[in-house]
Ligand binder design. Structure first.
Ligand code: PLP
Length: 699
């Protein structure tokens, strides 16, 4: 009686709100389900409408609702459990005292409610931070806060991309002002940027925001969106990221011993560090200052695609970066030679990757094959009197607590004592997946697949309605796909080298595979092309058209507006994950590391991480196209290989139910995939390797 009375008296909605707000401000809810649960209980519709935003959902919940929830044991229990979890961080891994890392990246994919990413680079950066938090690594990160994020993709009635640029309300973002405003020299102007802090568990992510009234209108645009605008805007954006990022960290009192440039976008940070080296040692020489910069910088390169390496006119770089260049004691010629492979070649534009290579002490590609390709790509750099930088490789990984679906996590825990939340170097015990009960694994697969099919139907019905296809269109979408068909997933950026429509190379042959009466197969696609990539948009349109092709009988679906939520549902629901880039253009790829966490398998070209991951029994790999084949011949070869594997091995194996109604051989492979991929392609292994390069790990 007294307890209820006390509860009633303390049931003040503002108190509950304050507790929820405190929880929402630490992004560890994005990978620890127990911390999300109270928000889901607030208002499930608002939760869905805000793309699972805790602050957005809280804002949509009124005091009466909070009061009535707080009177119930279920909600208060969930809130208490979430808070208890927030206090229960694992002990940090021992790192060398006094050493710390600053991580620079142009995008961070932390959660679908924060649209600050375009694709794999952002996902990798987000996963890096989450893993650094789990390990208690001394690391902070810096980036830009984009006013409208990347973009929202809608496909019109013929499948053309419509670019939506919604303004993101800062009040619904889990960010706090730091009180620091920097003035970054760009051209002749001082561009001001307010620095926000986002808490990613134990890690601080600092985000620069130039949308301030005191800036000129064109400077306010610098943090409007990701990878938008003309080259000049992009160049200025990169000055803000690199120079401004380094300035912001310094102003905040961060004194990192290592600056990690994740991709060349932030390479101008090196020039700001050079300026500082000169300031600290005015009597020194430029070579000495450069050596001291190199001692602090490490660089990860991310793409073998030439267009992926930013190149600018020298005059533009010199103008926009002028004040920092001069303060760093660099002549125009010296700056130019830092951005050129051959310092004497006046024809060569200024390349951000070359700048990063010339100003770092260590560089890595993101898979073994990508390391090889990168060494070849940059082998002609003239190093002059500087020792050449070796390019090694550190293969990417995924943050298991983020990408392992809660249903799958519970399954592995109950079945095999695999602890996906215990995300430390001690390991999670994935080798035990090999012994998993096959019937139970099949139930898990069936459940995750049905859930995905349901999700696709709902999403596609909504899209049909908003496209103006009326009730008939929505009805058609609601009948797409089947619960039991072998489900193939393909989702990633629709960059052309990833060849989203390759599987439609021979539509009739594919139709025979998909529409078999007793062994049906279906494919679900999702992906955005860059707003300026018309080739990629044409690929999206081609996939869209295939969803309407009568020969394929509704066995192909395309989800609009690919994001992390779709990524999670698709990688856990798909039985088979398809990846068919033009080899060797895929630096690593990470999406294929996700399905094995839920018992799915890969069918992938031997590119990126897959040559390291594939062991002959944990998925499939087409034989490589002949060396030197042209683009058309390569497409034909690769498509033919995909059909051959599907027809002769994959589909028959999935549909062989002679073993007591179960696809026994399929499930053996699936268990083997779970036992072999996650332990090697998680961010735990990846950060252990980076820690060695950073020099923050004792031997
Ligand atoms: C995992 C993931 C990626 C990476 O895809 P790849 O092309 O295979 O590297 C991109 N976007 C999202 C949303 C993801 O979840």
């Amino acid at each position: 009686m007294a307890d209820t009375e006390a509860a009633r008296l303390t049931n003040q909605p503002h108190e509950t709100r304050a507790r929820l707000r405190a929880l929402a401000m630490d992004l560890s809810w994005s990978w620890r389900e127990v911390r999300r649960r109270p928000f889901q209980m607030l208002d499930i519709r608002a939760w869905e409408a805000t793309r699972h935003s805790p602050l957005g959902t809280l804002a949509a919940t009124d005091d009466d609702r909070l009061k009535s929830l707080a009177a119930g044991a279920a909600f208060m229990g969930a809130l208490d459990a979430a808070e208890a979890d927030a206090g229960a961080m694992p002990a940090p891994h021992p790192f060398i005292a006094g050493q710390s890392v600053a991580y620079y990246c142009s995008e961070y994919a932390l959660h679908e409610s924060l649209a600050q990413y375009a694709g794999g680079l952002g996902v990798l950066a987000g996963d890096h931070l989450k893993q650094a938090s789990d390990l208690g690594m001394p690391l902070c990160a810096v980036g830009l806060l984009y006013g409208h994020g990347y973009y929202r993709q809608e496909l019109d009635e013929v499948g053309r991309t419509r670019v939506g640029l919604p303004h993101i309300d800062r009040a619904t973002l889990p960010i706090q002002p730091t009180g620091v405003v920097i003035a970054c020299p760009i051209g002749r102007r001082q561009v001001h940027a307010q620095v926000w802090r986002m808490r990613v568990g134990r890690i601080n992510l600092y985000l620069l925001d130039a949308d301030l009234a005191r800036n000129r209108p064109e400077d306010r645009e610098l943090t409007l969106g990701l990878y938008r605008g003309d080259p000049l805007l992009r160049l200025r954006q990169q000055v803000l990221l690199g120079v401004g990022g380094a300035m912001a960290l310094h102003a905040l009192g961060e004194r990192p011993t290592v600056h990690h440039l994740n991709e060349g976008h932030a390479a101008f940070a090196s020039i700001e560090l050079l300026r500082r080296a000169r300031e600290a040692n005015p009597e020194g020489t430029c070579d000495e200052w450069l050596d001291s910069v190199r001692a602090q910088v490490v660089f990860t390169t991310h793409t073998p695609v030439p267009a992926g390496h930013d190149r600018y006119q020298h005059a533009d770089v010199l103008r926009e970066l002028g004040p920092t260049t001069r303060a760093a004691g660099l002549t125009a010629k010296a700056l130019a030679s830092l951005g050129r492979e051959h310092s004497g070649n006046a024809e060569e534009p200024f390349c951000m990757t070359v700048l990063a290579l010339r100003t770092c002490r260590a560089c890595n590609g993101v898979a073994a094959l990508h390391g090889e390709v990168s060494r070849e790509m940059w082998k002609d750099i003239e190093w002059g009197n500087q020792p050449p930088v070796a390019i090694s490789s550190i293969t990417n990984g995924v943050h298991v607590p983020t990408w392992c679906d809660p249903v799958a996590s519970a399954f592995w825990r109950d079945q095999c004592r695999i602890d996906t939340a215990a995300n430390t170097v001690a390991g999670q015990g994935w080798d035990r997946a090999e012994q998993v009960d096959r019937a139970a694994l099949w139930s898990l697969r069936s459940m995750l697949r049905s859930r995905l099919v349901q999700f696709v139907r709902e999403r596609c019905s909504k899209s049909a309605l908003s496209r103006g296809e009326g009730a008939a269109g929505a009805l058609r979408a609601s009948q797409l796909l089947r619960d039991d068909a072998l489900t193939i997933g393909f989702a990633r950026r629709f960059a052309t080298y990833k060849r989203a429509p390759l599987i439609f190379h021979d539509v009739d042959r594919l139709a025979a595979i998909l529409t078999s009466a007793d062994r049906p197969v279906q494919i679900i696609f999702a992906g955005k092309a860059h707003p300026r990539d018309l080739g990629g948009q044409a690929y999206a349109q081609r996939v869209f058209e295939m969803t309407r092709d009568p020969r394929l009988e509704g066995r192909v679906a395309l989800l609009e507006d690919y994001d992390m939520e779709i990524g999670r549902l698709l990688t856990s629901g798909a039985d088979l994950w398809l990846n068919n880039p033009i080899r060797p253009m895929e630096a690593s790829g990470t999406s294929g590391m996700k399905p094995p966490l839920a018992g799915g398998m890969n069918l992938s070209i031997l590119d990126g991480w897959w040559p390291e991951g594939f062991d002959g029994r944990n998925g499939w790999a087409p034989s490589p196209a002949p060396e030197g084949a042209d683009a058309d011949a390569t497409d034909a070869h690769d498509a033919n290989e995909l059909y051959r594997l599907l027809e002769s091995e994959i589909v028959p194996m999935f549909w062989d139910r002679t073993g007591g109604g179960l696809p026994t051989e399929w499930l053996d492979r699936s268990a083997h995939s779970a036992a072999t991929v996650p332990p090697r392609f998680g961010t735990v292994r990846m950060l252990a390797e980076y820690s060695r390069v950073y020099g923050i790990l004792g031997e």
